[in-house]
Design a protein around this ligand. Structure first.
Ligand SMILES: Nc1ncnc2c1ncn2[C@@H]1O[C@H](COP(=O)(O)OP(=O)(O)OP(=O)(O)O)[C@@H](O)[C@H]1O
Ligand SMILES: [Mg+2]
Length: 299
């Protein structure tokens, strides 16, 4: 079953298409990394799913039902832009107000549950305005988790966080999916961070989904390469090209693609009078894959 299924979704603002026939499939249990450059339509997609905007056309299904179905609406939690908290009120009080808005049966138990998930049990009495950015983001996630949603939608939740804040956020998101069975849709520019947790990816460009894949598929598509340094880079490049298909100069290094056997490279270079001063095995990660994909689609 899919948590989100979007077909041919369109949305325009003053005659300009922000989304132009977007398709998206997010399986239940996924951490879906939603990637795209500024203005590509990530936030618009998320706002449409949450019902904050009305689409021009297309279909949004959540857990197999139309997204306006009240039964599925209550299963969606979201943090888009900011948490919408009162700065002068405590974390606890803000959660309490939201719990009352949502008409939760056991608000206190539910508040304790979400505070624990976002590792804020010890800071519940802190005024929201005194919270660090990382804490504020976590309070936002706690707000979104009230009522135990099956789908959590997060718009750039790790922007601006320090290394510790990001690590904590990663742990929380994995916890939410693994232990609470929640599906997470997360948009982010920080591909290296996303790569550590995402099980699925969707790449959006100019309002269209240009690629969806699982983390496993990315792994399969990611090319291996060996990077190396020699004194005479141009000479070494010519020599390597005699034996290897794809050899490129990338700044201070030569890259030999689709080869893992460093020995055969070193041997070939030595035989032709080139001394290797540095050599590493590498694999193209999400970031490089994304950049390459974007450059292919240009023009
Ligand atoms: N309320 C609005 N009124 C007019 N235009 C809008 C509105 N919201 C979004 N847009 C436009 O729609 C397009 C998509 O914007 P959106 O915010 O969805 O992109 P994004 O992928 O979230 O970008 P970013 O990475 O900067 O957050 C942009 O061209 C944007 O200017
Ligand atoms: Mg955005």
């Amino acid at each position: 079953m899919n948590a989100i299924e979007i077909r041919n979704l369109s949305k325009s603002f003053r005659g300009l298409y922000a989304l132009d026939g977007l398709n998206m499939t997010v399986p239940v249990g996924a951490i879906y990394g939603f990637i795209g450059e500024n203005g590509s339509g990530k936030s618009t997609t998320e706002k449409l799913i949450c019902g904050h905007l009305v689409p021009d056309g297309g279909e949004i299904k959540l857990f197999g039902k139309n997204y306006t179905d009240p039964g599925v609406r209550v299963r969606v939690g979201a943090l888009i832009e900011n948490a919408g908290c009162f700065p002068g009120s405590s974390v606890y009080h803000n959660l309490r107000m939201q719990a009352i808005n949502l008409n939760l049966e056991k608000p206190d138990e539910e508040i304790q549950r979400v505070l624990k998930i976002v590792r804020m049990e010890d800071n519940a009495q802190l005024k929201f305005k005194k919270c660090s950015l990382g804490m504020k983001q976590r309070v936002g996630i706690a707000m979104a988790l009230l009522g135990d949603p099956a789908l959590l939608i997060l718009d750039e939740p790790i922007n601006g966080l320090d290394a510790d804040g990001m690590r904590l956020m990663r742990e929380i998101l994995v916890d939410i999916t693994k232990n609470y069975g929640c599906t997470v849709l997360i948009s982010s520019h920080l591909l290296g961070e996303l790569e550590k947790i995402a099980t699925h990816y969707g790449i959006i460009r100019q309002g269209k989904m240009i690629m969806e894949m699982t983390a496993k598929e990315l792994e399969g598509r990611a090319r291996v390469f060996v990077s190396l340094k020699t004194k005479d880079m141009d000479g070494a490049k010519t020599v390597l090209k005699q034996k290897f298909q794809d050899v490129r100069r990338e700044e201070d290094y030569l890259r030999v693609y689709d080869v893992e056997d460093t020995e055969s490279i070193v041997e070939h270079l030595i035989k032709n009078g080139h001394v290797v001063s540095e050599i590493h095995k590498n694999k193209i990660g999400l970031e490089e894959y994304y950049i390459e994909l974007m450059s292919q689609k240009e023009g």
